[in-house]
Design a protein. Structure first.
Length: 192
């Protein structure tokens, strides 16, 4: 049995929900998923992961105040930012913005690949099988099997939809178990 599967089974035995969230936040222990230990998550209760989700670290931040849903088998590179809220800059009483937060959910479908250092803006929906090139700023929704890149992200190509559908139907997904060395290094950094 892998370390991650054992860890996930152990966390399911914890009856205290707050302790589960604390462990999830501090150690990336979302059952059935991998989140690097240094990923910062705010409003963790509004983050929903579909299973077999991989989120890399290196300063990645997930601001889930408006709600973020990430579908199963989605891989997210290092240093990505997900922001599901914005400031009210149209205020008639304050500049540059007031104290009202504008919440807009982010939805990421199944089998997506978000490259390193991407920014996903509030209100964006990335459909199943989409690929976001590294360093992209996604401010508009992305259609199924599209490949987008740039700032702002634009469609630069398409995946073969037939091959995608066939592989998704047969559940041919890639998952790399984090090595023990990676986990130990992550915990050493956390303990500093």
């Amino acid at each position: 049995m892998s370390i991650q599967k054992l860890r996930n089974q152990l966390i399911q035995l914890i009856p205290n929900r707050k302790l589960k969230y604390w462990l999830s936040y501090n150690y990336g222990w979302f059952p059935g998923n991998f989140i690097a230990p240094d990923v910062r998550i705010s409003a963790i209760k509004k983050l929903k992961l579909g299973g077999n989700v991989w989120i890399g670290g290196c300063g990645a931040a997930i601001h889930a105040g408006g709600g973020i849903t990430i579908g199963r088998n989605t891989k997210i590179g290092e240093g990505c930012f997900f922001i599901s809220s914005n400031h009210n800059y149209m205020s008639k009483t304050h500049v540059p913005f007031d104290n009202i937060g504008l919440l807009q959910s982010i939805e990421i479908g199944e089998n997506c690949w978000i490259g390193a250092r991407c920014m996903i803006c509030p209100g964006v929906k990335i459909e199943d099988g989409a690929i976001v090139a590294m360093g992209s700023v996604v401010s508009k929704s992305v259609p199924k099997c599209a490949i987008v890149g740039g700032n702002p992200a634009k469609i630069i190509g398409w995946r073969n939809k037939e091959e995608y559908e066939n592989n998704a139907k047969l559940n041919r997904t890639y998952y790399e178990e984090p090595t023990i060395d990676t986990k130990i290094e992550g915990f050493k950094e956390f303990l500093k």
